[in-house]
Design a protein around this ligand. Structure first.
Ligand SMILES: [Zn+2]
Length: 446
């Protein structure tokens, strides 16, 4: 049994002082504000609920920053070719150290869990490994080495485009039909410690009939994620072939509910966003990747207006800091709407509004009982210390300053399931994981 005594903790109704938090078996057993003088491990600063990262493709990190030149292409579709080349080189042996390093860096960025949208299943020629879950097992091993909670979303990927277009070279490793994905999910649920979910790649890659079968076969077993409406070209082709834009089509043809995460939804219109909000589905926003790829800007005010659930994902993993990701989310909306503090509402603080809502949405999308500091939930915490400028100010200002005025990544200590993984900004296995990652990059020729 562990007791933390935090100077300030972010509870459901705001920051409370001198909060005693009991932890046993990885979960929060009690939360008692105003416990000054109680015995416990002192936590100087602000104790926040850990952030769930609802969308990641770990392998994409290995070429982060390497397509920012004219040969990298001018749009998403040319970037995708570079992504296929990186995917082609990955092996099960190299995937674990890549995931371990990514998990470590995500922890240092304030994320305590990550939903890995996993579709890199097979050998480069498309034939399965002797054990179909070989690549998934590498992700599990890597996440365990880092100590980040993993939600493994097993990908269904059947077609190269709308209307059942055949897969092309780079996509063969991803090829996975509904039956294979459901079997892999069942096997992983028994053999690995991760939360297991389903990743329907997109309406481009999964036909309406397959989507129906997958959802019927998986309903009630875990989170279901899908890429939707990331690109205007995708929306236009969806309207042409299916008769409606992706989010509207999905809401009409699948029993979307709180187990779903609609990733990107960048070009969903206000009605689609409001309709999606009513289902309880989480919108998965990935501002840094969406900016990097020139996707466009999601209508975030429409989502807030509809009280829609949302969370953030690091997606292609060009940015690994939850605070910066949320800042970019709000900054994009400030630029779009020519106003400030978009998430704060009429009288709130931007930092608190963004962190609380994204932590709840992220936990839901990761299928974890987490995302708040409350009895019975996972003991996943991030501790920040006030910046010099915010020192002595009310804690809401300290969180705002960490998100909007930090000089370095704000997370100081990070706990997952009751165990500290990062102390004073250093991961408990930093050097070993770094050297494994460097060796993997060398082997990949990256
Ligand atoms: Zn993605």
């Amino acid at each position: 049994m562990l007791h933390l005594l935090a100077d300030w903790a972010l509870l459901d109704d705001g920051f409370a002082p001198d909060v005693l938090v009991g932890v046993a078996d990885g979960a929060i057993t009690d939360v008692t504000p105003r416990s000054e003088g109680a015995t416990g491990e002192r936590v100087a600063g602000l104790l926040l609920p850990g952030m769930g990262n609802l969308h990641s493709h770990a392998f994409q990190r290995v070429f982060a920053g390497l397509t920012e030149h004219a040969d990298g292409g001018g749009d998403f579709w040319s970037w995708r070719e570079a992504m296929y080349r990186a995917a082609a080189r990955m092996t099960p042996e190299l995937y674990a150290p890549v995931m371990a390093w990514l998990g470590k860096e995500l922890l240092k960025g304030g994320y305590t869990s990550v939903a890995e949208f996993h579709y890199l299943h097979h050998r480069p020629d498309g034939s399965p490994y002797a054990r179909r879950t070989e690549m998934a097992a590498s992700l599990v091993a890597g996440a365990e080495a880092a100590g980040i909670a993993l939600t493994l979303l097993v990908g269904v990927y059947e077609a190269g485009g709308f209307g059942g277009a055949p897969l092309t070279g780079g996509q063969n490793r991803f090829s996975n039909d509904v039956d294979a994905a459901l079997l892999m999910a069942a096997s992983l649920r028994v053999h690995c410690g991760a939360v297991v979910g389903l990743a329907l790649h997109s309406l481009r890659a999964v036909s309406p009939a397959s989507l129906r079968r997958a959802v019927d076969g998986f309903a009630g077993q875990g989170p279901i994620h899908i890429h939707v409406a990331e690109q205007r070209a995708e929306v236009a082709t969806c309207v042409e072939t299916l008769g409606a834009p992706p989010v509207a089509w999905l809401l009409d043809h699948a029993a979307v509910n709180g187990a779903w995460c609609l990733v990107h939804a960048t070009h969903a219109n206000a009605k689609e966003i409001a309709d999606a909000a009513r289902t309880g589905a989480v919108i998965g926003l990935c501002p840094s990747t969406e900016a990097d790829l020139g996707d466009g800007l999601f209508d975030f005010p429409a989502c807030q207006e509809a009280c829609g659930a949302f969370g953030i994902g690091s997606d292609s993993n060009v940015m690994l800091d939850a605070f910066a990701e949320l800042r970019l989310l709000d900054y994009g909306q400030r630029l779009r709407g020519e106003r400030r503090n978009v998430a704060a509402g009429d009288n709130g603080h931007s930092g608190r509004a963004l962190w609380q809502q994204a932590a709840r949405g992220g936990a839901a999308a990761c299928g974890r009982a987490a995302g708040r500091i409350a009895t019975g939930l996972a003991a996943d915490f991030v501790v920040i210390e006030p910046t010099a400028e915010a020192f002595g100010q009310k804690p809401d200002f300290a969180l705002d300053a960490a998100m909007f005025g930090a000089v370095r990544a704000p997370a100081r200590h990070v706990m997952v399931g009751g165990a500290w993984q990062v102390r004073d900004g250093v991961h408990r296995n930093e050097a070993k994981i770094d050297s494994g990652y460097r060796a993997a990059l060398k082997a990949l020729g990256a």
